[in-house]
Design a protein around this ligand. Structure first.
Ligand SMILES: [Zn+2]
Length: 82
């Protein structure tokens, strides 16, 4: 069991760990009540996610992340992708 702090969470479905709620939500695909499911590890990887050193899936750096870094949120973003 990994230590879950901040917005880090573990999926009850696939048991993968995610670095943020946003990253978590985006690994769920399909429609509620129809074919809702988790992406496979391969699908997550293909979506550009990166497994950080602590074993949490984080989303790739985007332009908006870079803007946040330059505005002083660098530590938060860096923690998410290391
Ligand atoms: Zn899942």
């Amino acid at each position: 069991m990994k230590k879950l702090t901040g917005s880090r969470n573990q999926c009850a479905g696939c048991k993968e760990y995610f670095n943020s709620n946003h990253a978590f939500e985006k690994h769920r695909i399909g429609e509620f009540g129809v074919n809702r499911r988790c992406k496979t590890t391969e699908e997550i990887t293909n979506s550009g996610y990166r497994l950080n050193k602590k074993g949490f899936w984080g989303e790739p750096i985007t332009d908006s992340d870079l803007n946040l870094m330059s505005s002083g949120w660098g530590k938060v973003v860096a923690d998410g992708v290391e």
